[in-house]
Design a protein around this ligand. Structure first.
Ligand code: SAM
Ligand code: DTB
Ligand code: SF4
Length: 321
């Protein structure tokens, strides 16, 4: 039994609680480890868009679905740097580069390693999400200065096969292990609203909480329903289910940055406020995610003003598990 012992049943017992009790407990845990009025800002850039051979049912970048997203080449350093500088000027401290690969080849990986160095040189913390990695590839990124890698479990092991058939849960766990072994911190979470049950949402949180150590950063995405993907018509999730799952992530992974990730454009300010109350303390900042939209900078500045939130500084207490 892993040290934390978060079984699916125990996580489900949390999620099932009366909402007010659940939020109270999430706030208690959150306040023990973080400043509750600080939210970290991270900007995303798609450095290689579309043409991905995987069949993830939610993803507009898969070649299996006709979504109008064309296949692009890996961006050059100047384009990446100008996006990084704009993100820094707008107040972001983290800059995450995403690529629509099943796994990078070694030549592309070397080029991304140079991008990591260049972004770091701009005074931003570089992050990457490039698909599956070997331990040697992870070490190359570590040597270039990468300190976090994003690779999601996406959903519970039981529901996973309904969403992706081209790689399995074990593949994902192996990449996470390779990243850890190279000394890189892990950003790992999932997507809600794909038709999974509450028990399956608890299953995702239990998997994450039982990683040893649990991820330093946990992105919780709400499905962005993109026309042409198999999930385009998925039944929208009850927003309070989303809030409950964020609270469960906070309680089970007390020191992690819990990121309110994709799907914010479809959320009201009030729903986002509930997510922060439930313990979310990081967002994607900037008007684009990878291929879909996100609230613009101005909207988020107003949101922070309305809620009295401050951007977390780069010297904010880091997750140490
Ligand atoms: N190709 C790499 C991979 O899958 O690991 C990196 C990029 S991929 C787009 C990163 C993550 O974005 C996925 O694991 C998934 O959780 C999230 N994502 C992709 N499409 C999404 C959508 N339509 N709605 C919400 N999240 C999405
Ligand atoms: C994560 O968990 N969510 C981000 C990031 N990691 C790479 C991606 C969201 C993508 C949403 C769909 C799109 O814009 O293509
Ligand atoms: Fe490819 Fe990543 Fe999209 Fe899956 S989520 S289709 S691996 S880009």
């Amino acid at each position: 039994m892993p040290l934390s012992g978060w079984t699916v049943e125990r996580v489900l017992e949390l999620i099932d609680r009366p909402l007010i009790d659940l939020l109270f407990e999430a706030q208690r845990v959150h306040r023990a480890h973080f400043d509750p009025n600080e939210v970290q800002l991270s900007t995303l850039l798609s450095i290689k868009t579309g043409g991905c051979p995987e069949d993830c049912a939610y993803c507009p970048q898969s070649v299996h679905y006709d979504t109008g997203v064309g296949a692009g080449k890996l961006l050059d350093e100047q384009s990446v740097l100008s996006a990084a500088r704009a993100a820094r000027r707008a107040g972001a401290t983290r800059f995450c580069m995403g690529a629509a690969w099943r796994a990078p080849n070694d030549r592309d990986l070397e080029r991304v390693a140079r991008l990591v160095e260049a972004v770091k040189g701009e005074g931003l913390d570089p992050r990457c999400t490039l698909g599956m990695l070997s331990e040697a590839q992870a070490r190359t990124l570590r040597e270039a200065g990468l300190d976090y890698y994003n690779h999601n479990l996406d959903t519970s092991p039981e529901f996973y096969g309904r969403i992706i058939t081209t790689r399995d849960y074990r593949d994902r766990l192996e990449t996470l292990q390779a990243v850890r072994a190279a000394g890189i911190k892990i950003c790992c979470g999932g997507i809600l609203g794909m038709g999974e049950s509450r028990r399956e949402r608890a299953g995702l949180i239990a998997q994450l909480a039982n990683l040893d150590p649990y991820p330093e950063s946990v992105p919780i995405n709400q499905l962005v329903r993109v026309a042409g993907t198999p999930l385009a018509q998925a039944e929208p999730l009850d927003p309070l289910e989303f809030v409950r799952t964020i609270a469960a992530a906070r309680i089970t992974m007390p020191r992690a940055w819990v990121r309110l990730s994709a799907g914010r454009r479809e959320m009201s300010d009030e729903l986002q406020a509930l997510c922060f109350l439930a313990g979310a303390n990081s967002i994607f900042y900037g008007d684009r995610l990878l291929t879909t939209g996100n609230p613009d900078w101005e909207h988020d500045r107003r949101l922070f003003e309305r809620l009295g939130l401050r951007p977390a500084g780069s010297n904010a207490r880091e997750a140490t598990t």
